[in-house]
Design a protein. Structure first.
Lengths: 342, 342
């Protein structure tokens, strides 16, 4: 059976004092006598009184809750970002509602609306791969809700962002392959919409140009689900149709691990015959054989920074000050391991 | 600058009608004329009106939000459970607040109190490794808050639970090692407090007894952080101090991957010299060399079931009916791969 909830009213009735006095006693106001305060506190403890957050919310207009929308939870990069966000939220006494768009634009739109209705204090988001329509995001901006994007962002939206320089990082990875002697480099890229997949592709292209290697669109393979299986399958296609490819730059480590699985099973020597470099520095990259070269992407720090940018905006809005839009570009680091040491 | 929020009052004033009429129009009540309703809906759309969830909450006493406390997010098992929980919550229009205890009892206690204050409709929880004190959990039960535990549970708490039969599953894994010819089997176990670590250890012991293999406490190694590094280190100790060990049963796949890394690096043949079996069927288990035998633990289904048990309790409490406590034991499956095929 549902127990009757202890409210200020219940305490007031039991002690035969006013609700205001109870409220003041609980807040330690000086105009309540020590005896009364002691009585109120004792009864509140006994009856397991806790302040009702809904009521508090209506008064302060704050929910002390933020919303986070990400494409998927079961993903080394995103789970590590979540970790950074909720650790920082914890420190600042905020709660985090986590929604997963499953890379679906439709679901993402619905979730944005849900968070708006829920009156969260702010929203952090990484776009789904399907997102090419910004209306739901513009709605957040229009309502002046504190809002930070990270990783998969839209360049068109005027809001705070935490990103890395994907183009530069991808160029550095491909230039490294060229330095170790690769002459024909394939790229397994991410889906067509996300800005970071586009930028990594552009970085790949730029590195080839800079080194006078002609770009061949037949050497670019586009993932849809960005999976281990796609890496395995594209590696097979590369080996069958382009036997002279001697280097592969892969959108992310998970897919690169699929590439290595195919090459290992078919006794193609890495890095001697084909050098491989991934992206994101997943912990597994240094566990597999051969150890995978990659680009370290500071995922935990990305979460921490995203929360802190959001907190700045929340405070600005609370004080009726204009939000300051910040673009934070975090450093990446090239990590050379066995898979690309020629 | 903070925009003035569109409330029922704002709409009522602009149209010069009562707040009650606006409210009824938005809810499609039949005693509002179609013309008025149309006007209200049009203005509501124009002003981006959304119902205030806090106000709604005070009336319905429902937050349509549940809380989830888990030891860590960046963990293949837990991220997959989260996935199951939020997918099922999504279907039923619930939001999920996720808190990470970082395996700390102190943090876990604080988080339980936060969720209680937040008036979530229910709480799902897997205990931290430090948890050996149940007072904060009893507080949830005392308040009649819908509550479901999964994976790392406390047998002492009368609440709904979703678990697997850890003892039985562990016994099956160890019996498999015995069947393929192992005579001296070490166990790398989990920390001392969690019930599932205790049960897997008991399952290991039982399988030895049943097969007349004497139990040797020197062959049991206890993880603290349950990490890759601990697997690597314990494998080293086993090989140095107990060269006749020919099988290892490991608390979870991540740790088992650490064991395999040490054995591979030191050219100890798996399974010929030492057979290895893990637990949980992490996706990486079938990617590494040799492919790891393991016990499949239905993590996604565990999340789905936990949410559904919680929903039943939420509905019961809402209808002032007694909660029915259910204990759900999900099936596990032994998966034999290269690391234990002799």
């Amino acid at each position: 059976m549902k127990e009757k909830e202890t409210t200020l009213k219940v305490i007031a009735e039991k002690l035969n004092i006013s609700i205001t006095t109870v409220s003041k006693a609980l807040k330690n106001y000086s105009d309540v006598s020590p005896t009364t305060r002691e009585k109120v506190l004792e009864l509140a403890r006994e009856l397991h009184y806790t302040p009702n957050s809904f009521a508090v919310n209506l008064r302060t207009k704050e929910s002390k809750t933020i919303g986070l929308i990400i494409p998927e939870v079961v993903h080394h990069f995103f789970s590590s970002v979540i970790n950074g966000i909720i650790a920082e939220a914890e420190k600042n006494e905020y709660l985090v509602i986590i929604l997963q768009s499953n890379e679906s634009l439709e679901l993402e739109k619905k979730q944005v609306q849900l968070l708006i209705n829920k009156r969260v204090d702010g929203i952090i988001m990484s776009l789904s791969n399907e997102s090419n329509d910004d209306d739901h995001i513009r709605e957040i901006i229009h309502r002046n809700i504190p809002f930070v994007m990270f990783d998969k962002i839209s360049k068109m939206i005027p809001c705070s962002k935490v990103i890395i320089d994907d183009q530069k990082a991808a160029s550095a990875a491909v230039e490294h392959l060229i330095t170790v002697g690769c002459k024909k480099i394939a790229h397994i890229r991410g889906p067509v919409n996300p800005q970071n997949a586009i930028d990594r592709f552009l970085g790949y292209k730029k590195a080839l140009e800079k080194n006078n290697i002609s770009f061949d669109k037949n050497l670019v393979f586009t993932c849809v689900r960005v999976s281990f299986e796609e890496g395995y399958e594209f590696a097979k296609q590369i080996c069958k149709n382009h036997p002279d490819v001697d280097g592969i730059f892969v959108i992310t480590d998970l897919v690169a691990v699929g590439v290595l699985a195919y090459l290992n099973e078919n006794n193609i020597k890495v890095p001697e015959q084909i050098a491989v470099i991934g992206f994101s520095n997943w912990f597994m990259s240094q566990v597999i054989k051969p150890k995978l070269s990659t680009v370290d992407q500071p995922s935990y720090e990305m979460g921490v920074s995203a929360f802190n940018l959001l907190l700045k905006e929340i405070r600005a809005v609370k004080e009726d000050k204009p939000k300051v839009i910040e673009n934070l570009i975090l450093d990446t680091q090239l990590i050379i391991r066995e898979s690309s040491k020629k």
